[in-house]
Design a protein around this ligand. Structure first.
Ligand code: OOG
Ligand code: MG
Length: 263
């Protein structure tokens, strides 16, 4: 059930997308709309997606967020969320990320699943996900909450497309049956110094459960994960704040590295 009107949904979507496109902070929207519901929050996110597509942008994938305890503890939010990835979010491996286009970015070590069959909830489980997975590959997300000081609640962050802003896919791909996804180690380095480390199981016990949860959350809106979808599973470790000039390199056990630089 929603408490906001269609016009309020559209205004809030524009409010948050303007902040994204022009890189400025806003206060979290639940301060002004305390009665908004989870449905309202997702309606705002889907309205931002609709308006990007109407302007000719392509949606190139999905992401889950707040799927590890490290992230939930860092943000003070105890439930996962999802968002979409637009074409211009994608940065090539080893590429440059323009800091002036962002507000206060943080780097996250993630993995991505690419599907070869649709996943339709409810009731999707990791067995379904592994069967529907074409390959798994390393990915790094650069999140950038539009909210002041990166402070929000779950409804506000969902409306803000779960802080999505840039991502880098790289390393080498592998079939899920050839990986020990729970034990897969990741090491994040900033300017050559190790700042975070973790293993796949940090994400909901098994990286594939994040994809299952996405399918089941989408089913609540009558949506599903089509074949050929790129899905980031959420940060395995806490996110790390970066400054202009910083370089990152995330090492994935057996799957190579993903790197980039903030300019
Ligand atoms: C919300 C998005 C979190 C992740 O991987 O956990 C996220 C945020 O922390 O701003 O992308
Ligand atoms: Mg993320």
């Amino acid at each position: 059930m929603g408490n906001l009107s269609k016009q309020q949904i559209e205004e809030l979507a524009k409010h948050l997308e303007d902040a994204e496109l022009q890189a400025y902070e806003v206060t979290k929207i639940t301060d002004d709309f305390p009665d908004m519901t989870y449905k309202d929050a997702f309606d705002i996110q889907w309205e931002i997606r609709r308006s990007k597509e109407a302007r000719g942008h392509k949606i190139v994938g999905m992401k889950m967020g707040l799927t590890s305890w490290a992230k939930m503890a860092q943000m003070g939010v105890e439930k996962p969320c999802y968002g979409f990835l637009a074409d211009y979010f994608s940065i090539p491996d080893g590429g440059q990320i323009k800091l002036d286009e962002l507000i206060h970015p943080k780097v996250e070590a993630e993995l991505a699943f690419v599907t070869k069959a649709p996943l339709v909830g409810p009731g999707v489980h990791i067995g379904d996900v592994l069967r529907a997975t074409d390959f798994v590959m390393p990915a790094v997300e650069i999140i950038d909450s539009r909210y002041k000081d990166f402070k929000f609640d779950l409804k506000s962050v969902i409306a803000d497309n779960s802080s999505s802003s840039r991502f880098v896919a790289g390393g080498t791909m592998a079939r899920p049956e050839d990986l020990d996804l729970k034990n897969l180690g990741v090491v994040m380095e900033i300017n050559g110094e190790v700042v975070q480390l973790g293993a796949g199981a940090a994400v909901l016990g098994h990286p594939a459960s994040s994809v299952a949860m996405l399918a089941n959350m989408l089913a609540e809106r009558g949506e599903h994960i089509p074949a050929g979808t790129f899905i980031m599973i959420g940060a395995i470790t806490a996110a790390v704040h970066v400054n202009k000039g910083d370089s990152f390199c995330v090492r994935y056990q057996g799957l190579g590295t993903v790197s980039g630089k903030f300019v």
